[in-house]
Write a protein that binds this ligand. Structure first.
Ligand code: F6P
Length: 349
């Protein structure tokens, strides 16, 4: 068999561990494995490299993706689908494993459903917001990076009696901000699923001050916004008005906006930090290496079993396969009750 592999969308720690697991296990089956470069762009442009055990040796320890990635959407390219079919035919590819988030898996699903192309998915995103799987790899690493950053910010904020607002990735959902905020002891945690009230934020900060706690850490997900009816920040703060090929807005800057507003309203000296892509870079955590490896092993099994049009997923402690159709287009949001349990009682504490 000849198998194609690609990584699409934003990179994330653990991608290389999936590639390694696919190559080691696929080679054991005697397969040829072609790694397409730069996500779907590699398939459109017939750009690939042959993968073997030597190429993947030890890569599970490294962040990023040896195949590189892009946010290319073949359905937005002229004759995109024809070009993909051409590349797959030319290289006699039997099945294409797409490792990616909602956008990448959405393309894999459409190619399978509309064109009969044999695709298999592996879910990834640091945001952990794919509905099909309990966890995606990359998330744990991102959370730990954000926790470490917050640990450091506590000491400097305390020394200066400052408020520090930390902006954490999470375009549509607040999973990283929630887990990192709780783990990193943030005094206020703001996520997209629970629109906030700036008056309450400032009240909490003032109350802390009155109690003798003269510093505070505010963790905010980049996609957080104020509650309806608020005159302040009724939509996400966008870094740029342009969108990517999948129509995603590019966020960034909410921490700076909050920094100014909090200082204005409370009089407390305030600073902001945007963690940004630091959360996506570097070595994956042990949890992510293990999960990513299990996904890679599962993808090979799925090829053997002919489970095309499906994606690997973690359900509880088991790795299962589910139809791509069920996995894409639905977001896994932080349930309000989880926020209630883990954030509300600790607000300002
Ligand atoms: O979807 C993952 C993610 O890291 C989001 O949290 C973030 O908004 C976005 O990607 C950033 O994308 P880019 O790498 O294109 O700036």
């Amino acid at each position: 068999m000849r198998i194609g592999v690609l990584t699409g969308g934003g990179d994330c720690p653990g991608l290389n561990a999936v590639i390694r697991a696919i190559v080691i296990n696929g080679k054991r089956e005697g397969w040829d494995i072609l790694g397409f470069n730069d996500g779907w762009a590699g398939v459109l442009n017939n750009k690939w490299e042959e993968l073997n055990e030597e190429k993947v040796e030890g890569i599970h320890r490294e962040g990023g993706t040896i195949l590189h990635t892009s946010r290319t959407n073949p359905f937005k390219e002229e004759n995109g689908v024809e070009k993909i079919k051409d590349t797959l035919n030319k290289n006699k590819i039997d099945c294409l494993i797409a490792i990616g988030g909602d956008d990448t898996l959405g393309v894999a699903n459409r190619l399978y459903k509309e064109e009969g192309i044999k695709t298999i998915g592996v879910p990834k995103t640091i945001d952990n917001d794919l509905s099909a799987t309990d966890y995606t790899f990359g998330f744990d690493t991102a959370v730990n990076i954000a926790v470490e950053a917050m640990d450091r910010l506590h000491t400097t904020a305390k020394s200066h009696h400052r408020v520090i607002v930390v902006e954490i990735m999470g375009r549509h959902t607040g999973w990283i901000a929630l887990e990192a905020g709780v783990g990193g002891g943030a005094h206020i945690i703001l996520i997209p699923e629970v629109p906030f009230d700036i008056d309450k934020v400032c009240e909490t900060l003032k109350k802390r001050y009155e109690e003798g706690k003269t510093y505070s850490i505010v963790a905010v997900a980049e996609g957080a916004k104020a509650a309806k009816g608020s005159k302040f920040l009724t939509r996400e703060v966008v870094k740029e008005e342009k969108t990517d090929a999948f129509g995603n807005i590019i966020l960034g800057g909410i921490a700076r906006v909050l920094e100014k507003e909090i200082e204005k309203r409370t009089g407390f000296e305030t600073r902001s930090v945007t963690l940004g892509h630091i959360q996506r870079g570097g070595r994956p955590s042990a949890f992510d290496r293990f999960l990513a490896t299990r996904f890679g092993v599962k993808a090979v099994q799925m090829v053997k079993e002919g489970k095309y049009g499906e994606t690997a997923a973690l359900r509880g402690t088991k790795i299962v396969s589910v139809p791509l159709e069920e996995a894409v287009g639905k977001r896994k949001e932080v349930p309000p009750e989880l926020y209630e349990e883990t954030v509300t009682p600790f607000l300002g504490k």
